[in-house]
Design a protein around this ligand. Structure first.
Ligand SMILES: [Zn+2]
Ligand SMILES: [Zn+2]
Length: 75
């Protein structure tokens, strides 16, 4: 029956999405900013270091200044 097959697919997709959600840690840190950038942010400004500005443009934290980036899983 077509309908039972469709139902099976829907259930399989739901199960897969649940498994994916369980694997995704909600509190996963999205990398760490460099100390200079943290200070600048605390002061309500963006870090003025050229290296940090470049990294920010690329949507990353400056690794030169001690920041870390999580390996991109998408894109
Ligand atoms: Zn910085
Ligand atoms: Zn920097």
């Amino acid at each position: 029956m077509k309908t039972s097959k469709q139902l099976f697919v829907i259930i399989a997709l739901l199960g897969a999405s649940f498994a994916f959600a369980a694997e995704t840690k909600p509190a996963a840190p999205a990398g760490k900013k460099g100390g200079c950038c943290v200070k600048a942010e605390a002061a309500g400004a963006a870090c003025a270091h050229p290296c940090c500005v470049e990294s920010a443009k690329a949507g990353k934290n400056c690794e030169k200044c001690g920041g870390t980036n999580v390996a991109a899983t998408k894109k």
